[in-house]
Design a protein around this ligand. Structure first.
Ligand code: URA
Length: 240
């Protein structure tokens, strides 16, 4: 395995950061500094250290699932959990769904065993943007759209500004920077409409891969993992 892949796979450094650390001789392989992230290492045998500290090999997995309707994005409901759609190795490696989608919501769900990154991405302070394609029961007027965009009072909290891009009066994409329980359904209900279809198409820097069938999954590419680690490690963003 390449040294830079090892460093990003254990979640210590993104590939971009690892090339800087390697250039500055902060990374050693078996006690010796190396010149390039392309060096091949054996994660089970070689001793890799960053700033003098030995790094333990633990494979990190990052999976994009196109969640189908009727599945539950928690690990508890053993029959309907989305984890059943993946080979058991992922659950054995400690993978879990990063965040929740309702049972009838479909689309992009990140599944990972990188707890720190998942935690950072879900932190309300970080305002990670999520976009959903939706169809609602009532046509949205300009006034309803403006209310949703400005933030609506849901009783227990007022939503942060959202962004709506409508294709028809009942269909469009809504982007929010929060992730409260049933948030979009509650937002639409507060302006007098129901939700008939909800599909998450973006989560932070990740976009739903249009070639994935519902229920299908794939591991993230290295670029996607880097962008995810960057989104998790960057200082919190402002709202949309
Ligand atoms: N908002 C909802 O109402 N449901 C979801 O599953 C996600 C966002």
């Amino acid at each position: 395995m390449r040294l830079d892949k090892f460093l990003s796979a254990i979640g210590v450094l993104s590939r971009r950061e690892s090339s800087g650390a390697i250039r500055h001789k902060k990374v050693t392989v078996n006690g010796l500094p190396v010149r390039s992230g392309a060096v091949q290492i054996d994660p089970e045998r070689d001793v890799i250290a960053y700033k003098g500290e030995t790094l333990r090999w633990k494979a990190k997995f990052y999976v994009m699932l196109n969640k189908p309707e009727g599945t539950i994005s928690s690990t508890e409901d053993s029959e309907r959990t989305v984890m059943k759609l993946l080979p058991p190795e992922y659950e054995r490696a400690g993978c879990f769904p990063c965040g929740r989608l309702d049972v009838d919501t479909v689309g992009l769900l990140l599944i990972t065993n990188d707890g720190d990154t998942a935690h950072a991405l879900l932190s309300p302070k970080r305002h990670v943007a999520k976009s959903y394609r939706f169809r609602c029961s009532e046509p949205l007027t300009e006034e309803m759209i403006a209310r949703l965009e400005n933030g609506v009072d849901l009783g227990d909290f007022k939503t942060a500004p959202a962004k709506l891009e409508m294709d028809t009066p009942t269909e469009g994409v809504i982007s929010i920077s929060e992730g409260k329980f049933h948030q979009i359904k509650r937002m639409l209900a507060s302006v007098g409409s129901g939700i008939e279809f909800l599909e998450r198409i973006k989560f932070g820097p990740l976009e739903l891969d249009g070639s994935l069938e519902r229920g299908a999954f794939r591991e993230l590419t290295e670029e996607e993992i880097d962008s995810l680690l960057e989104a998790a490690n960057n200082s919190p963003q402002g709202a949309i």
